[in-house]
Ligand binder design. Structure first.
Ligand SMILES: [Zn+2]
Length: 67
């Protein structure tokens, strides 16, 4: 695991690990033999965005509780 991935796990939590971090032109993780960008990249990007929004909301919630 590289440093960036380790930091990402610290910041985003373990559930983020389920979304593989592939390059656009890598073979997709699902075994379809398609390039990632032509297969699951859009779906994974949506998942990542949802995770990000959820964690931002969580942070906002705990800030509010703090005051
Ligand atoms: Zn795929």
């Amino acid at each position: 695991m590289n440093l960036a991935a380790g930091l990402k796990r610290l910041v985003l939590g373990p559930e983020e690990q389920e979304i593989p971090d592939l390059k656009r032109n890598d073979r997709c993780w699902c075994g379809s033999e398609k390039k990632y960008k032509a297969c699951h990249q859009a779906a994974d990007d949506r998942k990542r965005a949802a995770h990000r929004i959820a964690s931002i909301k969580q942070q906002a919630g705990s800030l509010k509780r703090g005051f």
